[in-house]
Design a protein around this ligand. Structure first.
Ligand code: NDP
Length: 241
């Protein structure tokens, strides 16, 4: 049995690609998801990877969910904080609900998950934590003050946690994808995609979820122990941080 890897939001999009890549690399993988039971059932049927349902914005739910994964599969040695949502709108029209939903699901979730695995990782003197941030946390994006703030917060969190645990065999890194062809991006109107987004990407296309999964597999490897506190950009050259 390989190391246990837990991927939040692991049943669809980038997370599902991460789960498949880690399974192929020999990890024992658990996928978390929020509420789309049909997608989770299809994912498990296709991959054989078990799916665990809880809301990552809820601290106690994370605690219980991680305990369940640990009881079924073993201690979590690899954590991929991937779950995320968008609730876009210009700030002058943004409701408190839009703000808090994105901060809670994208940023507070990272505290909720890391806080509930870090002590066990420290005791075992091994851990790999990767958080999927975003290009829009690096450069900001109009209509996304909530999302850009959460994603920038993930980068700062990563750098601080990396320093706290560098002498414990635990690495903590962030990945900043550009535009990747998942349902999150398919929600963008086709005209906006073709006229405004694609022309900004020098590589000339959207990224594939598998291209982000490859970054995760690289960072969580046992051999990647010297890489910590880093931000890996994978954005087709759109923004050079
Ligand atoms: P998708 O919308 O395709 O999938 C999101 C996944 O997260 C689903 O499995 C969903 O579960 C889960 N999820 C959402 N909310 C919660 C919650 N509260 N608790 C637990 N699970 C939850 O997203 P993407 O694959 O596009 O994005 C994945 C990550 O990558 C996000 O953090 C996103 O911000 C980031 N990202 C994406 C980019 C892109 O272009 N797609 C670019 C840069 C960053 P369910 O199926 O149950 O709804």
């Amino acid at each position: 049995m390989g190391r246990v890897a837990l991927v939040t939001g692991g049943t669809r999009g980038i997370g599902a690609a991460v789960c498949r890549a880690l399974k192929a690399a020999g990890y024992t993988v658990a996928a978390n998801y929020a509420g789309n039971d049909a997608a989770a059932a299809d994912f498990t049927a296709e991959t054989g990877i078990p799916a665990f349902k809880w809301d990552v914005s809820d601290f106690e739910a994370c605690k219980a969910g991680i305990a369940e994964v640990t009881a079924k599969l073993g201690p979590v040695e690899v954590l991929v904080n991937n779950a995320g949502i968008t609730r876009d709108g210009m700030l002058h029209k943004m409701s408190p609900d839009q703000w808090y939903a994105v901060i809670n699901t994208n940023l507070n979730s990272v505290f909720n998950m890391c806080r509930n695995v870090i002590e066990s990782m420290r005791e075992r003197s091994f851990g790999r934590i990767v958080t999927i941030s975003s290009i829009n946390g690096q450069k900001g994006q109009l209509g996304q003050t909530n999302y850009s703030a959460a994603k920038a917060g993930e980068i700062g969190f990563t750098k601080a946690l990396a320093q706290e645990n560098a002498n414990k065999g635990i690495t903590v890194n962030a990945i900043c994808p550009g535009y990747i062809g998942t349902e999150m991006v398919r929600a963008v109107p086709q005209e906006v995609l073709e006229k405004r987004i694609l022309p900004q990407i020098p590589v000339g296309r959207l990224g594939e979820p598998e291209e982000i999964a490859r970054c995760v597999a690289f960072l969580v490897a046992d051999e990647a122990g010297f890489i910590t506190g880093s931000t890996l950009t994978a954005n087709g050259g759109q923004y050079l941080a």
